[in-house]
Design a protein. Structure first.
Ligand SMILES: Cc1ncc(COP(=O)(O)O)c(C=O)c1O
Length: 385
């Protein structure tokens, strides 16, 4: 009954675990990447005002112009990208919708698309949906789970159409250094390769390097789709709102396709995004400081457990420790941990074949939960050695 397209796009293994624990109050959930903060008040107030002011109707398919103008200001301020709000910016329903649209308008059947592995599960699914050929690039622990131009170069063939970059990376927190990013940009120009820059975690970095954004590098704007999400930056996962910039040609195609799928993201969420980008940014700084403290706690706590090894994650809010010393598949370990300790984690293999040997713990949860989870893991895991 189901179309082949459906069969080739796998269901997320994270959702499977999430569904296993739905309704259970006895678990220490560190599975899904949902910040435990509430959306900042000034953003909620803007949304309430938007309803009263009548933002309850269809808008332009790329989003309201004042929202795109606020995005243009953000792109200049945070990312060094100059973009025309009329033609080079659109709003989408979360970063997710932008990822799907970008794949569908750029990838032809049979085109090869390089994507991070371990990586965000939907990247693989979107390439398959567009009938592209997913080519995993292994993010290695010894490189801090960054991407190197040398590794990219090895995977380039005459069928390579695009590369998906995600820095900081979900699930590892890996960061692509500015030096490598510049080299990757050169490779893309030389080989006529397009880029999706998935910047969902742009604000949560713990290194001291001021990040470069590939879409801002010379010659890259016309071949890069830069995708930003409000989900993590402003704790707005449920609002389903994100922002995209690229060349006017790519943007026109993405906006045209969006019209046939969701028309546009919810008008109220657009107005909330405007307030988020144009308003004070100290809420983001506060979240970053909190995540940084939790990152230190979880890094130390996990490393103190016999058998676990973790280099401090460079960004995002996930720890991705090496659990290979326990001598079992990450899925089996995650199930055992859940049964014995009620701590819920995600197996590394859920993020691709190169995620095997690791598990992911999301630390966008309270310090108390992190500490309790670590103490439970510490009383169980060493017994497996
Ligand atoms: C790397 C990455 N990209 C994109 C997304 C999609 O986020 P959203 O659609 O909520 O903006 C996520 C969500 O977890 C993610 O981890």
């Amino acid at each position: 009954m189901l179309a082949e397209r459906n069969i080739s796009v796998p269901a997320s293994e994270i959702r499977k675990i999430f569904n296993m624990i739905t309704g259970r109050t006895d678990v220490f959930d560190m599975s899904v990447g949902i910040p435990d903060f509430d959306t900042p008040d000034h953003i909620k107030e803007a949304a309430k005002r938007a309803i009263d002011d009548g933002f309850t109707k269809y808008t332009h398919n790329a989003g309201l112009i004042e929202v795109r103008e606020a995005i243009a200001t953000k792109l200049k301020r945070d990312n060094g990208i100059d973009a025309n709000p009329e033609t080079e910016i659109m709003c989408t329903a979360g970063g997710m919708c932008a990822l799907v649209l970008a794949n569908l308008i750029l990838v032809n059947p049979g085109d090869e698309v390089i994507y991070p592995d371990p990586g965000f599960v939907s990247h693989y699914a979107h390439i398959k949906l567009a009938e592209g050929v997913p080519i995993p690039i292994q993010l290695k622990k010894e490189n801090g789970f960054g991407v190197t131009a040398e590794d990219v170069e090895k995977l380039i063939t005459d069928k390579t159409k695009m590369i998906v970059l995600n820095s900081p990376n979900n699930p590892s927190g890996g960061i692509i250094s500015n030096t490598e990013l510049k080299k990757i940009a050169e490779l893309c120009i030389e080989n006529d390769i397009y880029v999706i820059s998935d910047d969902a975690y742009e604000k949560f970095r713990y290194d001291n390097e001021k990040p470069l954004f590939i879409g801002a590098l010379p010659g890259m704007k016309e071949r890069t789709v830069s995708i930003f999400s409000l989900s993590k930056t402003y704790a707005m996962t449920g609002w389903r709102i994100g922002a995209v910039t690229s060349s006017s040609e790519i943007l026109e195609a993405m906006t045209g396709l969006q019209e046939h799928i969701i028309a546009m993201p919810t008008a109220v969420s657009q107005k909330a995004a405007e307030a988020a980008f144009a308003g004070p940014q100290d809420c983001v700084d506060e979240m970053l400081q909190t995540f940084a403290k939790r990152r230190d706690i979880i890094t130390k706590g996990l490393n103190d457990i016999e058998g676990i090894e973790l280099d401090p994650p460079g960004g995002a809010f996930y720890a991705f420790p090496d659990i290979s010393s326990y001598g079992m598949k990450s899925y089996d370990l995650v199930m055992k941990i859940m049964k014995e300790t009620n701590v819920v984690t995600i197996h590394g293999s859920a993020f691709g074949e190169f995620g095997e040997g690791f598990i992911r713990l999301c630390y966008a949860v309270s310090t108390e939960r992190i500490e309790e989870a670590i103490s439970r893991l510490d009383s169980f895991l060493p017994k497996l050695l």
